[in-house]
Write a protein that binds this ligand. Structure first.
Ligand SMILES: NC(=O)c1ccc[n+]([C@@H]2O[C@H](COP(=O)([O-])OP(=O)(O)OC[C@H]3O[C@@H](n4cnc5c(N)ncnc54)[C@H](OP(=O)(O)O)[C@@H]3O)[C@@H](O)[C@H]2O)c1
Length: 305
């Protein structure tokens, strides 16, 4: 099968190559999916799991891409709940070969059915950004109607999902980002916007919840904006500064079939809009994943034409 592989950590996405690899076999409780569309997060090149297995041993050449939508082509010993021919979408294991390939083996529990009226490219754009937003807002951030929510990177892949879900559940959303992202953040539902290059973040005043996808200095300064009892949720590592009278939580997204169903249901009925910036074929994936100009939104690789 065709697959994108990486072998050189220092080279990052520039080291991606399109090669021939053996097709994966399903292990216990796995399915093999014929990948129709694949999603990739640029920071995967910095994740230890891209380069080593759980024991820290080199696992290159590894296939990146951990979001997928496709059709099940085989089921492993003991696998229940999904069957050959079924449309699915979801997350692949961080420590196993991923979805920038024609086939991938995945534990069945990490996938959910993809309704027939949702395109594969849309399905592949949802798992990481949708689940991260859902878990950050509802499981870790304890969002309640009436809360004010500062959403960093509100025009980005995760931030646009956070913005829409926070609005649906009654939050008041202040989005942040680059100057050119203002209009896009408003279109996703932000009610105010802070241009991090030109406005003063501290002018926002107190908020109940910060959803941080940026970290660094922005993360540190955000801790001071949390009201008593509020929460700073980070998806970019442990917060360097904690709120003086609130919680600081960082987490890595996990797959959840029920939550994938909630997310795709909202895409079908129009409550959630996905944020795709570019779609390319697997043959053109290396160039598409090494863009020469800024792309906003996710790059999705259409693996099966
Ligand atoms: N822990 C987890 O489970 C988890 C899950 C998903 C994502 N993440 C992490 O979350 C981060 C965001 O992911 P994403 O897919 O949403 O990325 P993305 O689509 O690139 O969105 C990030 C947004 O924030 C903006 N931004 C970044 N730094 C900024 C700054 N200093 N000032 C103003 N705007 C800034 C970006 O603009 P530019 O494009 O111009 O930089 C972009 O619009 C990544 O680091 C990713 O690894 C973690």
């Amino acid at each position: 099968m065709k697959a994108i592989v990486v072998t050189d950590e220092a080279a990052g996405t520039a080291g991606m190559r399109l090669v021939q690899r053996p097709e994966p076999q399903p292990a216990i409780n796995d399915v093999v999916v014929e990948v129709c569309a694949s999603g990739f997060v640029p920071t995967e090149m910095a994740w230890p799991s891209t380069w080593t297995d759980r024991l820290g041993r080199d696992r290159t050449p590894s296939v990146p891409g951990h979001e997928l939508a496709g059709v099940i082509s085989a089921v492993g010993y003991g696998t229940t709940g999904l069957s050959v021919g079924q449309r699915v979408f979801g997350l692949t294991d961080w420590y196993r070969d991923g979805s920038l390939a024609q086939y991938v083996a995945v534990e069945a529990r990490n996938l959910a059915p993809l309704p027939g009226d949702v395109e594969f490219t849309v399905g592949a754009s949802l798992p990481i950004s949708g689940l991260t937003a859902w878990q950050g807002l509802f499981e870790h951030g304890r969002l309640q109607a009436g809360h004010s929510v500062l959403v960093h990177g509100a025009a980005g892949a995760v931030g646009s999902m956070v913005t829409q879900l926070a609005r649906e559940f009654g939050g008041y959303v202040i989005g942040t980002g680059r100057a050119g992202d203002r209009q896009k953040a408003f279109e996703f539902g932000a009610q105010e916007f802070v241009d991090l290059g030109n406005d003063v973040l501290e002018d926002v005043g107190g908020v109940d919840l910060v959803f941080d996808v940026i970290g660094g200095d922005i993360g540190k300064r955000s801790a001071g904006l949390i009201r008593a009892g509020g929460t700073l949720v980070s998806v970019v590592g442990p917060p360097e500064q904690r709120p003086s009278d609130g919680l600081a939580v960082d987490f890595v997204v996990v797959s959840d079939r029920g939550q994938l169903g909630e997310i795709v249901g909202r895409v079908r009925d129009g409550r959630l809009r996905t944020n795709i910036g570019n779609v390319a074929t697997l043959d053109d994936a290396v160039a598409a994943l090494n863009p020469t100009e800024r792309i906003t939104g996710k790059t999705i690789i259409r693996v099966r034409p």
